[in-house]
Design a protein around this ligand. Structure first.
Ligand SMILES: *Cc1c(COP(=O)(O)O)cnc(C)c1O
Length: 496
């Protein structure tokens, strides 16, 4: 399927179709049989609760309602429609079988207040998922409680602080490279640490010599995104760990990019002390739309006493239970036990893939990113030539000469039927185009994407205005994004 076809089918109906404007008096989507019970005055039944004025509800036919909502559902982009190359977000496909498993009655209807005795299956799911994630990360213990990646960071740093405190001094600083994800410095600040920025070297990696000079007994931990936001693996990670440990610091790894590592290397083996995972990225639980996330935090042995409580334990009689008696715990970080539905999906995904499947996933994710890199090299500027893992970061340097910036190119991509890539992030690349295809995409889909990106680059040369004014095929074009975020119009209100 060529992108032109997809463009046409995705936006056939430009009909505005606001349901309230379609209203005309007396139209209805229902017809009731004649009344065959006594006609009672509603005010006698309801008293003052009777609603006299039904407001200006739209009067429409059934087909108008059906078309209205069906049309609305096609105005959003979705992974079910095409590639979603949003770098750093790992918008991979979420296999339907995960959904089937998560909807099993006994799991979907389980209640967190159910006694442990009748929740053994749910506890077992948490325990087995924990074991799988510990094996995958090479760590010693884990909490499933945090509800997102950033929440995992918070939990992890609270444990770092509790650990350092137990050694006599919580310390003052957290070191964070300029290639880190933006949540890292925000988290460190929330926990009360001073953030000390570190400059990446020319290869986009942590400079071990500079780190050695910067590291001292005031530093509680280094927070390292690995692979970092350039999609670059920190090749000297074991040396980085040694430098940290030599002065009593810990190594926190932001593991949201584990899609590049699962089944190949284990952070626990290269010196990481604490890390979070994003189940809603790497382990294919639904992602986006403000839905529930899950950010488990895995730790080495010495941090285990500080894990949030409760933790799942096996009692001497072999049954499972929640353990609350943990005096050094940082406490609870979330109501109940975490987003249980996400655990079910992540476990279904992990077990369905198995070790070989997960390894293949990683290899395909890296292969796909490099396929796109090769397809666009020379067309778009590549600021770092270091090998790319699961995502690739270009810049708009060549197109900017014509006044076209990364945001314009992203908007034009919408016309070609693709969700935009991540724009203007990471910050260390001015005008960044951050592309992450994930392993879900076929060669055909990536070829379409590459063709679209090449075509846009040609348009920039021939007719930059076409790109500057994009998108042309959507119902609304350039939104005031600040106003859209600050003053969203979320519901219809009658004209007063
Ligand atoms: C997505 C991401 C996060 C934040 O995860 P959330 O679930 O959105 O809070 C942190 N670090 C990296 C590297 C990420 O890609």
């Amino acid at each position: 399927m060529k992108h032109v076809t997809r463009k046409a089918t995705r936006h056939v109906n430009q009909n505005e179709g606001l349901i309230f404007e379609k209203s005309s008096p007396g139209k209805a989507a229902w017809k009731l049989p004649p009344l065959d019970v006594p006609d009672v005055d509603p005010s006698k039944l309801l008293g003052s609760a009777e609603r006299k004025d039904l407001g200006q509800m739209p009067e429409v036919s059934e087909i108008e309602i059906i078309r209205h909502f069906t049309r609305l559902s096609t105005w959003n982009y979705a992974i079910d429609l095409g590639m979603y190359p949003l770098g750093s977000c790992t918008m991979k496909y979420n296999p339907r079988v995960n959904e089937v498993v998560a909807r099993l009655e006994g799991l979907a209807n389980g209640h967190p207040y159910q006694p442990e005795r009748v929740s053994q299956g749910a506890l077992r799911i948490m325990q087995v998922l924990s074991e799988c994630l510990i094996e995958i990360t090479g760590m010693d213990a884990i909490t499933l409680q945090p509800a997102a990646g950033a929440h995992g960071e918070l939990t992890g740093l609270l444990m770092v602080r509790a650990y350092q405190q137990s050694k006599g001094n919580p310390r003052k600083k957290i070191l964070i490279p300029d290639s880190a994800h933006g949540t890292n410095p925000a988290t460190a600040a929330m926990v009360g640490y001073d953030v000390e920025k570190m400059q990446s070297n020319a290869r986009g990696m942590v400079d071990v010599v500079a780190l050695t000079a910067q590291m001292n007994e005031e530093v509680a931990a280094l927070m390292l995104t690995n692979p970092n936001t350039l999609g670059v693996f920190e090749q000297e990670i074991h040396k980085i760990a040694e430098v940290m440990h030599a002065k009593g610091g810990l190594l926190y790894m932001d593991g949201a990019n584990m899609n590049a590592l699962v089944g190949k290397v284990r952070p626990g083996d290269f010196g990481v002390d604490v890390m979070h995972l994003n189940l809603h990225k790497t382990f294919s639980t639904p992602h986006g739309g403000g839905g529930p996330g899950s950010g488990p935090v895995a730790v080495k042995k010495m941090l285990e006493p500080f894990l949030p409580k409760p933790v799942v334990i096996t009692k001497p009689d072999g049954t499972l239970a929640f353990e609350y008696n943990r005096p050094q715990s940082v406490g609870r970080v979330r109501a109940f036990y975490g987003n249980f539905g996400m655990f079910v999906r992540a476990l279904a995904y992990t077990l369905a893939n198995g070790p070989d499947g997960l390894r293949q996933t990683t290899e395909d994710a890296v292969l796909n990113a490099n396929y796109i890199r090769k397809g666009l090299e020379g067309i778009y500027d590549l600021p770092y030539s270091t090998p790319t893992m699961h995502e690739v970061v270009f810049s708009d340097k060549l197109q900017a000469k014509k006044g076209v910036k990364t945001m314009h190119i992203a908007k034009r991509l919408i016309d070609y039927g693709f969700h935009p890539y991540t724009t203007a992030f990471p910050l260390i690349v001015p005008g960044a185009l951050m592309i992450e295809p994930t392993e879900s995409e076929s060669k055909e889909e990536m070829d379409l994407f590459i063709e679209a990106m090449r075509s846009i680059a040609a348009e920039v040369e021939e007719d930059p205005q076409l790109v500057l004014d994009a998108p042309h095929s959507t119902r609304v074009s350039r939104l005031d994004e600040v106003a859209a975020a600050r003053k969203p119009v979320l519901r219809w209100k009658p004209a007063s």
